[in-house]
Design a protein around this ligand. Structure first.
Ligand code: SF4
Length: 599
């Protein structure tokens, strides 16, 4: 936005907070203004604690939170950590001093300032209308009125959820049977071969032309896949997963399925550049710094990750391990026998480890015999009381979950002594099929738990979309476990969702579901350190808002009360841009209007 126009807009926004505006426009020097702002905010905070009937009760909470956030943003410490002074920037814009030397504020910056001002003044307007009528009554009358209100809320939830397709819908099952026939015909294969997981791994679709001959592709999809292959960026789709895609490339229903595996041109181009420069930022979780020995990652006192197979039957575009995956289902991806032995010996010699997460990649691409041998070794270690198997094969290749595999794994699940459980990765209800349900049920029928880790991306972040997934997962026997923010840097921007949206989803959507369905914890994975529980607001702070409209957060390590570990600074994606993208996708941004007041 042009700077003069931005200045006019900013002054108009500040009309909503006259004391702040007067402070900015006063002839005082910068540090005096900072002091005055602090006093103004302290007074405002004190006023919110007075019993002010002019501020409705819940607006009071929003005002308190907004004032706390703005106070933190104005502090010299936040400026140092973020490397940017919000106060100086706004001051320079408002006073018009050296205006043309300033970076122009993005619309997202002005939107953040506007909502901060509204929040601070207790005028968010989030709560429309009056308090529900039942609050003025008691007894059965109040209960009946509340019941009507609750039914209204439930209908709203159902109306939203009804928009999303599920792979268990009869119509979808019928269409997928046709997709399967088309794919089998293309490969000249039989129904019997379709049930063989090795047939699928032998026929992974790895190039744009084969893909285009099986499903419609947009020009951009075709170009992105071609570029990915040209630059050796892992790409592949199992025939089974391809059968989940609709033939029409319009992405009306299968947007989440396509986005899982078909990269964008932007992603491929950025990844290529990062690789060429050997950019360490690709290893977002800094696994290199948490791996005491090849094949092992350790971020917690009692848990380790064992990675015997560093690839998957297909690669999720946003995968946090994309920096170390050589290719889809590559024979070079298995940890050598010698290295695996050393990793197992390391676990055996570390008695503090009680839990081993076997992941990768996808360890269920190993043969039954290899899987069994690893489980045998771990089970012989008296200190290992839980083994988690991290696998997406129930979603990408459910044929892999054979009776004999389940038998090999279940052998080591021994209640009271050792638990073996499965953690899988469904991203959308459209991925749930009768076949994936059967794969899950095979584990459940023999008493093993199956959990889900959801990565919250743009493609499953519409209103009640993740809530719908959770509700369907419970019905097929999967317990929602974690919801992760999407990791990565600019290459995955198209997938990332503002932290405020994860918080909003938990409070306004997941919270409406019954307890057994909303079991997952929303987490931000702090590089090198591990999970930060987002719903605990005391575990992160907003340091600033940058001219590009992105918030900068400070994350506290999970062990902050136990040991002196550095905090982690993170630049989020812009809320404004996220809402614009939702709008382009046909959503109404006003449905998300409270997002600005989650911090
Ligand atoms: S299933 Fe997990 S490890 Fe495999 S590509 Fe997807 S995110 Fe990466």
């Amino acid at each position: 936005m042009e700077r003069e126009k931005a200045r006019t807009r900013l002054l108009k926004i500040l009309d909503g907070a006259p004391t702040l505006k007067d402070t900015f426009l006063s002839p005082d020097d910068f540090e005096s203004k900072r002091q005055k702002m602090r006093t103004v905010l302290a007074d405002l905070l004190a006023a919110t604690f007075e019993d002010n009937p002019a501020i409705p009760p819940l607006e009071w909470v929003l005002a308190r939170d907004a004032i706390t956030v703005l106070r933190n943003i104005l502090s010299a410490r936040s400026e140092r950590l973020a490397g940017f002074s919000f106060l100086r920037y706004v001051n320079d814009l408002v006073t018009g001093r050296d205006l043309h030397d300033l970076p122009a504020p993005a619309p997202g910056f002005l939107a953040e300032v506007e909502h901060l001002v509204r929040g601070v003044m207790g005028k968010t307007g989030v709560y429309e209308g009056k308090a529900p009528a039942f609050s003025r009554y008691e007894g059965v009358k109040a209960a009946k009125m509340r019941s009507v209100e609750l039914s209204r809320m439930a209908r709203t939830v159902n109306k939203h959820m009804a928009r999303y397709p599920c792979g268990l819908d009869d119509e979808v099952i019928r269409e997928r049977a046709l997709n399967k026939s088309r794919i089998l015909e293309h490969f000249g294969a039989t129904e019997w071969e379709w049930e063989d997981w090795k047939w699928h791994t032998r026929h992974i679709i790895r190039d744009a032309d084969t893909l285009r001959s099986l499903v419609g592709l947009t020009e951009e999809e075709y170009e992105a896949v071609s570029l990915a292959r040209a630059h050796k960026i892992p790409f592949g789709i199992t025939p089974y997963y391809l059968s989940l895609m609709d033939k029409d490339p319009g992405r009306a229903r299968d947007y989440a399925v396509r986005a899982q595996v078909i990269p964008t041109v932007h992603y491929v181009t950025r990844l290529k550049e990062l690789r060429e420069h050997g950019d360490r930022s690709m290893d977002f979780m800094l696994e290199r710094d948490t791996s005491p020995i090849e094949g092992i990652t350790r971020r917690y006192p009692m848990i380790v990750i064992l990675k015997p197979f560093l690839t998957c039957p297909q690669i999720c575009v946003y995968c946090q391990r994309n920096w170390e995956i050589e290719d889809v289902y590559s024979p070079l991806a298995a940890l050598s026998g010698e290295k695996l032995e050393k990793a197992l010996q390391w676990i055996a010699a570390t008695p503090e480890i009680t839990e081993v997460l076997i992941t990768g990649g996808d360890p269920l691409l190993l043969s039954n015999a290899k899987m069994e041998a690893i489980l045998q070794r771990l089970s012989a270690m008296g200190h290992v009381e839980r083994i988690r198997i991290g696998t997406r094969t129930p979603v990408t290749l459910p044929q892999r979950i054979t009776d004999s595999l389940v038998k090999s794994i279940h052998r080591f699940h021994s209640p009271g002594k050792r638990e073996v459980l499965v953690v899988t990765h469904f991203e959308h209800a459209y991925e749930i099929t009768p076949q994936s349900m059967e794969a899950v049920q095979k584990f459940r029928r023999c008493g093993m738990e199956v959990y889900n880790q959801l990565v919250y991306t743009f493609y499953n972040s519409r209103r009640y979309e993740a809530a719908f997934l959770r509700s369907r997962l419970r019905l097929i026997g999967v317990t929602p476990y974690y919801t992760f923010n999407t990791k990565g840097k600019e290459e995955t921007d198209e997938y990332r969702v503002p932290i405020a949206r994860l918080l909003q989803e938990q409070k306004e959507e997941a919270r409406l579901l019954p307890g057994p369905v909303r079991t997952d914890e929303i987490v931000f994975n702090v590089p090198r350190l591990g999970k930060n529980y987002l719903r605990a607001s005391q575990h992160h702070d907003i340091l600033t808002v940058l001219p590009n409209g992105r918030r900068v957060y400070e994350f506290h390590p999970w062990e902050k009360k136990l040991t002196l570990v550095d905090t982690y600074i993170y630049e989020d994606v812009s809320i404004y841009e996220y809402l614009q993208r939702l709008k382009q996708a046909g959503e109404d941004p006003s449905d998300f209007r409270s997002i600005w007041y989650y911090y």
